[in-house]
Design a protein around this ligand. Sequence first.
Ligand code: XUL
Ligand code: CO
Length: 449
Amino acid sequence: MSTPFIGKREYFPGIGRIPYEGLGSDNPLAFKHYDANKKIGDKTMAEHLRFAVCYWHSFCNAGHDPFGPGTRHYPWDAPLAANDSPLARAEAKIDAAFEFFTKLGVPYYCFHDIDMAPDADDVATYEKNLKHMVALAKDRQKASGVKLLWGTANLFSHPRYMNGAATNPDFAVVARAAAQVKNALDATVELGGENYVFWGGREGYASLHNTNMKRELDHMARFLTMARDYGRSIGFNGVYLIEPKPMEPMKHQYDFDSATVAGFLLKHGLDRDFKLNIEANHATLSGHTFEHDLQVASDHGLLGSIDANRGNAQNGWDTDQFPTDLYDTVGAMLVVLRQGGLAPGGLNFDAKVRRESTDAEDLFLAHIGGMDAFARGLEVAHALLTRSPWETWRQQRYASFDSGAGKDFENGKLKFADLHALASSSGEPAKISGRQERYENLLNQYLLR
Ligand code: XUL
Ligand code: CO
């Protein structure tokens, strides 16, 4: 991936391949920490982090919000001089996207069916558009070496999905949603996608007054089971991912958080094929930290991939800002390293530049900042786990379970009455400090090194 992919026209002129220049550089268009080939332990940074750019925020969203239209000018989305049509604009957009991926130097991208191809009410036209664009994507993947981290279907934008997709009370809509997922799975297989994501867009409710929650959840399980079987039947060997989110757009979303989705997958026997795609801003919307939802997923053996972004501490929206907080990235990478990595998942920037960020260059700056923040998070987390006393301290905190009665308790060798007997003969337990501050100071020490 040394020469950037340039299609019929160059969309980001004046910007070349983003180099690594290190901390001594003040060049805004250079990496300060992300050095793709630098070894951290036994893997390179690129292998650990597996970065992906998302198609939707980066090339489809020109900055519109509920109060006004987009603010950015996307040349690929403007009327084209000759043969203007939705499909011609989609063709221009895919060239812009692959130019961006290769100039930035990311190994992966992610897309929804209708980010890449024009939508249509009529299933046959929708399919024709998608097949046409997938063929172009396949060519561009081959030419650039950029790969597909995951594909997905947008089952939330079209008005037909206002009451949900797989959980819609109208079976006709459930079937229409399946037609889209079938096509998005076909596309993912055709493009060699390593994962397939289900984000439950409007799977949830606005009011319990009109909702049979149990029936809707059973429908969701049935739908996912059928989609899984279809995917396997056409040769999809990758990981299915559910992306939890507690609210927005619905008042309550069924895939609320890691713990809720883990319970759902286990209940419906889906935990062998499905894992979780944890998005930072979704975790914080559910009242947790990013690190918490990652840890819960990982503890269930279900942490599959990450949507990297951040929310805003002062409001409760899904602001999808680019990740820059080093405490967040260190925390995330501690969980990822402890479970031995993310592959075949990765770190997808499900993030958008601010509405006020209107230069083409801003999209580069945002991704560079996010990649640097995770690269530094990786370095610090790796150093904490391999060179500092962090893990030893954490292990020592549980030392009473490593031998004697504590070990027997863990191994199920004691009866409840045995605990009573032990407590009665041992006196008041000594106080043992949790020493939270000691860990916080150690983290800062390594971060500032
Ligand atoms: C929405 C969100 C989606 C999913 C893919 O909040 O995160 O973009 O990642 O459908
Ligand atoms: Co997401």
